[in-house]
Design a protein around this ligand. Structure first.
Ligand code: ATP
Ligand code: MG
Length: 325
């Protein structure tokens, strides 16, 4: 659990004992034996910090005695004070504390310390990674998924819930809002030119996510977009979808190649779930020849002509269903 907790650089398993040299030696030898068994190398050193100054020996003397005891017990080990492969640490305070091999924590900043953000979570590879990267920088995430039943299946929704559950331990739990997007998608499909559909659909998602974010005290949106990865992620396309909201939009994958995104996806063990072949609305309704260089003002005018849309957006926000994962 500590390894997936942001804000923790590293941690040790530490033994507490009396300030009795024989006791300390016994525990240090156990640590050394474990390091050898787990193939961490044979070159070691002992580091002592004596905070209790009433004790009889200096730091160096404690380290030397402990090192000698370890070598006597495990002769195949070697002392290397300059570049040890591992270190046995002894801290002498109110009691003696001994610790050996360290583990890496989640690094980053404690979740929530940077504020709150709303992640647009689709079933793909990129958005879970985007969520992970922003949680690492201290944002507490909520997530929103745009569902288009019956065009997308129950499995597609389950896949997104599974991905939210994968993010959950990194985020201290996560709330997933599921928005029914079918009615809006249908209105767009019948009213607007085919090549613009993905972009208008994405702009609508941004608007709804922005309203949900405000409602749930989130001050930023997060998406998995990566520059020029697909037609809706060119500079011109992003400039159109970006104007749909006025809050900050974080796209931590923007400068990453797919390969690099996949690296993170595997690290958080989301990859196998992300590649399950269930359709998302974006793949189902994507035009054959999507615009790659939309003209922002023309697009905005076109979008604003849909008189039924504002009420539909409002309704979608109000009827969102929430799940805690
Ligand atoms: P991903 O791998 O995250 O699905 P993608 O490469 O498939 O991304 P798009 O489908 O263009 O890219 O989506 C871009 C971003 O828009 C996603 O990363 C996600 O943040 C958001 N998004 C797209 N579809 C949905 C959806 N159905 N629900 C919630 N967010 C979505
Ligand atoms: Mg996708």
């Amino acid at each position: 659990r500590l390894q997936s907790l942001f804000g923790i650089v590293g941690f040790y398993r530490c033994f507490e004992t009396k300030k009795d040299l024989d006791e300390i030696k016994k525990i240090a030898i156990q640590f050394a034996r474990q390091n050898l068994e787990e193939n961490r190398g044979i070159e070691f050193k002992v580091d002592t910090r004596r905070i209790d100054k009433s004790l009889p020996f200096t730091n160096q003397q404690y380290s030397a005695q402990l090192g000698e005891a370890i070598l006597d017990a495990i002769p195949e080990l070697k002392v290397n004070v300059r570049q040890p492969q591992w270190t046995i640490n002894l801290e002498l305070r109110d009691k003696a504390y001994i610790y050996g091999f360290g583990y890496m924590g989640g690094k980053g900043l404690p979740v929530g310390s940077a504020g709150r953000g709303m992640l647009l979570l689709s079933g793909g590879i990129d958005s879970p990674v985007a969520g992970f990267l922003m949680a690492k920088r201290g944002l507490k995430l909520e997530a929103v998924y745009f569902n288009t039943p019956p065009y997308t299946s129950e499995e597609s929704l389950q896949k997104v819930k599974d991905l939210a559950a994968i993010l959950s331990p990194w985020n201290g739990g996560i709330k997933l809002h599921v928005v029914n997007f079918t009615e809006i998608q249908m209105l767009l499909n019948k009213s607007l030119p085919e090549e613009t559909l993905t972009l208008h659909s994405r702009a609508s998602m941004m608007k709804i996510a922005g309203k949900l974010a405000e409602f749930h005290s989130c001050a930023a949106l997060i998406t998995g977009e990566s520059l020029s990865q697909v037609a809706s992620q060119t500079l011109e396309s992003l400039n159109y979808t970006n104007q749909a909201v006025s809050m900050a939009v974080f796209r931590p994958c923007i400068g990453l190649d797919k390969e690099e995104i996949i690296h993170f996806s595997k690290r958080i063990k989301a990859f196998e779930t992300s590649i399950q072949p269930f359709d998302d609305c974006c793949t189902l309704f994507s035009p054959e020849h999507p615009l790659t260089r939309p003209k922002k003002t023309e697009m905005v005018t076109q979008y604003n002509q849909l008189e039924l849309l504002p009420d539909m957006l409002e309704k979608a926000v109000n009827e969102a269903m929430s799940f805690i994962l």
